[in-house]
Ligand binder design. Structure first.
Ligand code: GDP
Ligand code: IMO
Ligand code: MG
Length: 452
């Protein structure tokens, strides 16, 4: 039975929370497969906002089993506080389960994330300072503590003693910071967090496969996005996990043939938080207009997001990296007041045209976007309830993006609210309707003649 992935196609904050919430209506289980509380997924229901960091966005429905998969890094304090906040708003969180194989974010991870960023000075990445990179680094170095270690105090203490020796040396000798106490950390993690977390800690690989065997539908919710991917993003300005659709398998325990649909999510323009290349970035009044109209401030860090025109070169690359079966386009309403809307269809650098991002950073950091201009529609989309009601110019913008990317658009967001979306008459892999095969030749601009 089907497992559908929701994956960000840009630099994050495309609206994965809202889309996951929307698609979860027809699902049985929602699995987060990577990242940690660097994510901020906002869902607005009847005017009430929920900002989720670790708990899968399907949690708002009573029929959904929310699963925190093995690929996630978990700060227990954040998870417990998020569960408390949700309970306080009347949401039943008793079905949430956490993989025993997920790694724990420890106090030294957060501290080292902050210190490393400070040490890097003007070369800082602009991380969320949540300890994500250091936690994944320990996972790769095989000195990480896992969620299941909470269930065995002896092992937890042994592992902590070993790893803390090295971390304290780094804190003392390199950063001139005081040591952290194994006793204090153990007391907090084992005595305070474990009694509450223990009932949620499960073999989530068995849970997802049993669900598929029962014929249930699973949605895999990515955090971050394709161009923040550790392997495929704009390294080193990336996160430390694999948000791309392939990461949905490693981060959940499903196999590649279990995946039946991959929904890429894209904003009608592009945003990025933190440092790194951004070819279509807009400064000045136009940039500020998009920030203001799109409320482009981080969902959990509050940082101002950088903004720019839609970049079809990146979207094309995201289509192939994730084998997208369809795209959900969000925040089209934010462009309502613009007379002219630009779309980057290729990059130019050194007399060469690129229809996919050049692999070498020295070129990517230096490209000039090649734009095509489209007319704006100049009216408010936020109250529309059907695709047919969209003005022709908005439909043309959508069709232009589909043609430029080579993937069909199955959902269009026209406001932050749960009900503020429209769908064309066909429905994608994420619904029970048959999937429409993309009719677009992938990347018309692939045929653009290259300058000699
Ligand atoms: P995520 O990290 O991908 O889940 O995205 P965030 O929740 O961090 O950021 C997306 C923001 O856009 C949130 O504030 C959403 O409420 C909002 N949003 C989502 N879809 C739409 C849309 O179609 N229109 C508008 N105006 N806002 C939207
Ligand atoms: P969601 O799931 C946008 C960015 C940070 C920084 C880089 C590395 O809400 O889309 P990290 O703390 O992960 O080591 O930071 O990645 N970043 C995000 N940007 N949305 C996110 O999550 C992000 N998670 C991390 O700003 O540039
Ligand atoms: Mg976000």
């Amino acid at each position: 039975m089907p497992a559908t992935v929701v994956v960000g196609t840009q630099w994050g904050d495309e609206g994965k929370g809202k889309l996951t919430d929307l698609l979860a209506r027809d699902m049985d289980m929602v699995v987060r497969y990577q990242g940690g509380h660097n994510a901020g997924h906002r869902i607005v229901v009847d005017g009430e906002a929920f900002a989720l960091q670790l708990v899968p966005s399907g949690v708002l429905y009573s029929h959904i089993t929310p699963v925190i998969g093995n690929g996630v890094v978990v700060d227990p304090a954040v998870l417990l506080s998020e569960l408390d906040t949700l309970s306080g708003k009347g949401i039943d969180v008793s079905r949430v389960v956490v993989s025993g194989n997920a790694h724990l974010i420890m106090p030294y991870h957060q501290e080292l994330d902050r210190l490393t960023e400070r040490f890097l000075g003007k070369n800082a990445l602009g991380t969320t300072k949540r300890g994500i990179g250091p936690a994944y680094a320990d996972k790769s170095s095989r000195v990480g503590l896992r969620v299941q270690d909470l269930l065995d105090a002896k092992i937890f203490r042994e592992k902590l003693d070993v790893v803390l020796k090295e971390k304290n040396l780094i804190l003392n000798k390199i950063y001139n910071r005081p040591s952290l106490s194994a006793k204090d950390i153990s007391a907090t993690y084992l005595d305070e967090y474990t009694p509450r977390l223990a009932p949620m800690i499960k073999d989530t690989v068995a849970i997802v496969h049993d669900a598929l065997d029962r014929g249930e539908r699973i949605l895999l919710e990515g955090a971050q996005a394709t161009f923040l991917d550790l392997d495929h993003g704009t390294y080193p300005f990336v996160t430390s996990s694999n948000p791309v659709a392939g990461g949905a398998c490693t981060g959940s325990g499903l196999g590649p043939r279990d995946l039946t649909g991959i929904v890429g999510i894209a904003k009608a323009y592009v945003t990025r938080v933190g440092a790194g290349p951004f070819p279509t970035e807009l400064d000045g009044e136009l940039g500020q207009l998009l920030v203001d109209r799109g409320h482009e401030y981080g969902t959990n860090t509050g940082r101002r997001r950088r903004v720019g025109w839609f970049d079809a070169v990146m979207a094309r690359q995201a289509a192939r990296l994730n084998s997208l079966s369809e795209i959900a386009l969000t925040k089209l309403d934010v462009l309502d007041t613009l007379d002219e809307i630009k779309v980057c269809v290729a990059y130019e650098a050194g007399g060469v045209l690129y229809d996919y991002p050049p692999y070498h950073q020295s070129i990517l950091h230096d490209v000039t976007p090649v734009y095509e201009s489209l007319p704006g529609w100049g009216c408010d989309l936020t109250s529309l309830t059907s695709y047919e009601q969209l003005p022709d110019k908005a439909k043309s913008y959508i069709a232009f993006l589909e043609e430029a990317i080579g993937v069909s658009i199955s959902v269009v967001g026209v406001g932050p609210g749960r009900e503020q979306f429209v769908r064309p008459s066909w429905r994608g892999a994420s619904s029970s309707e048959p999937e429409r095969v993309s009719t677009h030749s992938r990347g018309r601009w692939a045929k653009v003649a290259r300058c000699s």
